[in-house]
Design a protein around this ligand. Structure first.
Ligand SMILES: Nc1nc2c(ncn2[C@@H]2O[C@H](COP(=O)(O)OP(=O)(O)OP(=O)(O)O)[C@@H](O)[C@H]2O)c(=O)[nH]1
Length: 305
């Protein structure tokens, strides 16, 4: 790398915020090109700060996927709010995602009020433009523009990838000259264990629909590569809060758990690039959320509360 090149290399931290379900995980996964954040069509599945790192020849952008900012209703909500608020102060750019097919409302006003509390520059990203007619966008852009002084307003479709390269270029142009923090092949700073747990959790949520609340956790008990074989053995426990939930997760004659295992295994094999033998258990543990030591085991960042 030439000296000139080093001087011009840009880098920085970017935070994705927005109401639940606006498409934060979808965008992160599109940019990073690998499934790192849990995706679901139900709100509030992203409970952890997940970093994805985008690297190209002249820039590195470290993405931080925050939990949906919203008015806290319970303890976990308070925790998420704190994480989200702290994140806003730490980053170089805030990407505020909204949906093209949703009119401006009190939820957006709440987030914009939070944006006004920080001096960090914010981009308004209008996602899901595939769902609206282009003319409808103009009115929406105007209404947001009158509410806050955004550095950029960029319409995208995270799902199709439409205009996402433009977003990346805009991010890069606003970042300062800086070092490459992570090796180029690193897509996330979370250990594989964490991602594996999230993939399993995602499958449980997808298959149980409304029956199981988001208060489940997945603990990876062991994750070991077999000697001289392209095979990883994983044992994981799905933790639920009530015994009725245990029955639901297991399903009739174990059918649902089996399906969770089948779907999760396919994703984990793609992630690890090797065959996986996955064993799943279900365990009831009341109030696991209030036990900090165990939260640590489940991949939570306990240093943040
Ligand atoms: N039509 C359309 N759907 C999208 C787009 N981006 C995301 N979605 C869908 O919107 C839903 C929510 O997307 P997620 O990426 O899970 O949303 P999120 O903001 O990470 O949600 P939380 O984790 O709950 O905060 C999923 O069903 C996505 O497929 C888009 O550009 N167009």
């Amino acid at each position: 790398m030439s000296k000139q090149h080093e001087i011009e290399h840009k880098s920085g931290f970017v935070s994705l915020i927005g109401r639940p379900n606006v498409g934060k995980s979808t965008l992160l996964n599109r940019v990073i090109g690998q499934k790192v954040a849990i995706m679901s069509d139900k709100p509030q599945t992203t409970r952890n700060k997940i970093q994805g790192v985008f690297t190209d020849s002249d820039a590195q952008v470290v993405f931080i996927d925050t939990p949906g900012i919203h008015k806290p209703k319970h303890k976990l909500g308070d925790f998420m709010m704190k994480v989200a608020k702290d994140t806003l102060k730490e980053v170089d750019i805030i990407l505020y995602l909204v949906e093209a097919n949703e009119a401006f409302g009190p939820g957006e006003q709440y987030i914009i009020n939070r944006l006004k509390e920080t001096s960090t520059p914010a981009f308004l990203i209008i996602n899901k433009i595939d769902l609206v007619h282009p003319e409808e966008l103009l009115g929406l852009i105007d209404s947001y523009r009158s509410k806050h002084d955004f550095q950029e307003i960029i319409p995208i479709s995270a799902l199709s990838g439409n205009n996402v390269p433009v977003l990346l270029e805009q991010i890069k142009s606003h970042l300062e000259v800086g070092p490459q923090y992570y090796p180029a092949d690193q897509v996330t700073d979370h250990p594989e264990r964490f991602i594996v747990a999230e993939l399993i959790r995602e499958k449980v949520l997808q298959l149980t629909r409304e029956e199981i609340p988001h208060s489940i956790a997945v603990a990876i008990e062991t994750m070991k590569k077999r000697e001289h074989k392209d095979m990883v053995d994983i044992q994981a426990t799905i933790i639920v809060e009530r015994s009725s939930q245990k029955g639901i997760v297991i399903g009739k004659q174990g059918a649902l758990l089996k399906e969770v295992g089948r779907l999760a295994r396919a994703d984990i094999e793609a992630l690890l690039g090797s065959k996986v033998y996955l064993e799943l258990w279900v365990k009831v543990e009341k109030d696991w959320r209030n036990k900090p030591a165990q939260l640590r085991d489940f991949g939570f960042r306990t240093d943040e509360y």
